[in-house]
Design a binder for this molecule. Structure first.
Ligand code: ASP
Length: 309
């Protein structure tokens, strides 16, 4: 172990099976520890900086919770408007500056490639918490931990990913991890929001079986897991284009009745209208358990890049 010590976390494709196994093992350990203790002391004296140039509820608060549960401290910048980015400072200069204060940086930014720029500039580990429509690797890792817990295994899975596969950074990262476990994938989206060609062709080259379809019921009836996503309104150049595809797929009670089989449902959240609130009490609706798992997985990632795990 310790292979992530001093490293940046930027992309779903950077992990090996062994690293994922270690992350799952350690997350389960922290989950157990927090059942009997409010906080640990592993990262006492260390400081995390969270730099969020785009809105966030779960990612920022769960990273900050994770650091505090490990006994570390947090400094935070919650919006671009409140920082020198508003005066025209570059991401690289901000990252260089913040690394004078903090031992690890978590960054979210609307531009693809920005986390890499921060990592290139900062001497401390940088964790990508979402770079535009690019990647969101820590979400993908907490998704994998959740799938492992909910389904008991990561082997022989058929997963249907549904919604905005073009702009959704969580699915871009998650397919990389699922490909290590040879999952079969259904990509369910309107034609305008299909998974980018470079991602599907790279997965197919790795031998991953992919079916692209607009038919949610067909994909769901052949899958173990539905991974729902929000149509990413903020990535559309024209509101009219968003209006045309919004509400394309909705999971509700009637859908689950027609499906006639047990189903696990994940969603990185926030949801808009793609999962009706009536689904929340369905036993397979795991998206709020998924939120909680984010804390354990982010505890592991902070501990690992700081060489304490
Ligand atoms: N919270 C996730 C993200 O930041 C998913 C979403 O916003 O739809 O990518």
């Amino acid at each position: 172990m310790g292979s992530l010590k001093g490293k940046d976390i930027l992309h779903g494709n950077q992990f090996s099976r062994q690293e994922i196994d270690a992350i799952i093992r350690n997350a389960a350990f922290f989950e157990k520890e927090l059942k009997t203790k409010d906080s640990l002391t592993l990262l006492r004296g260390k400081i995390l900086a969270t730099l969020f140039f785009e809105p966030s509820t779960r990612t920022r608060l769960s990273f900050e919770t994770a650091m505090q549960r490990l006994g570390g401290g947090v400094v935070s910048m919650a919006s671009a408007e409140s920082s020198s980015a508003a005066k025209g400072e570059s991401v690289a200069d901000t990252a260089r500056t913040v690394s004078q204060y903090a031992d690890v940086i978590v960054i979210r930014h609307p531009r693809m490639g920005s986390a890499q720029e921060a990592a290139d500039a900062a001497p401390v580990p940088v964790i990508n918490a979402g770079d535009g429509a690019g990647q969101h690797p820590t979400q993908a890792l907490l998704d994998i931990y959740t799938i492992r817990k909910e389904l008991g295994s990561l082997k022989d899975l058929t997963v249907a990913m549904v919604g905005d596969l073009k702009n959704g950074r969580t699915v871009h990262a998650l397919v990389e991890l699922l490909s290590l476990f040879e999952a079969q994938l259904y990509f369910v989206s309107p034609d305008a929001l299909r998974m980018p060609e470079e991602i599907t062709s790279h997965l197919r080259q790795k031998g991953i079986e992919i079916v692209e379809t607009e038919d949610l019921m067909k994909a769901a009836s052949e899958s173990d897991l539905l991974y729902m996503t929000r149509i990413q309104k903020e990535r559309f150049p024209e509101l009219s284009e968003y209006e045309r595809v919004k509400g394309s797929y909705v999971i509700n009670g009637e859908f689950l009745n027609r499906l006639k089989k047990k189903m696990t449902i994940l969603h990185p959240l926030p949801r808009v209208d793609e999962i009706s609130p009536e689904v929340d009490t369905y036993p397979g609706a795991a998206y709020f358990r998924q939120v909680r798992n984010g804390v354990y997985v982010r505890m592991v990632l902070l501990a690992m890049v700081l060489g304490k795990r």
